[in-house]
Design a protein around this ligand. Structure first.
Ligand SMILES: [Zn+2]
Length: 73
């Protein structure tokens, strides 16, 4: 059975699942949003997802996804 995964951005199905949780169509947009979120954080600053969401206007679910993927390092 082929493992299907749902894109966290557009909800489309993708196979195989990607490491970022978004499909190839959303990849660039995901990168762009991630860079914007990261730029909104000062070095070493730990913002709560809701704070960062309010600051950037980015949906909290994406911020939580990046956090769970360890992308904020
Ligand atoms: Zn997508």
């Amino acid at each position: 059975m082929v493992k299907l995964s749902q894109c966290q951005m557009c909800g489309g199905l993708m196979s195989p699942p990607t490491s970022t949780g978004v499909c190839k169509d959303c990849w660039d947009k995901d990168e762009e949003m991630f860079n914007k979120a990261r730029a909104a954080m000062r070095f070493g600053e730990k913002l709560l997802p809701e704070d960062l969401s309010a600051k950037t206007g980015i949906d909290m679910k994406h911020i939580q996804r990046w956090t769970s993927q360890g992308r904020f390092g």
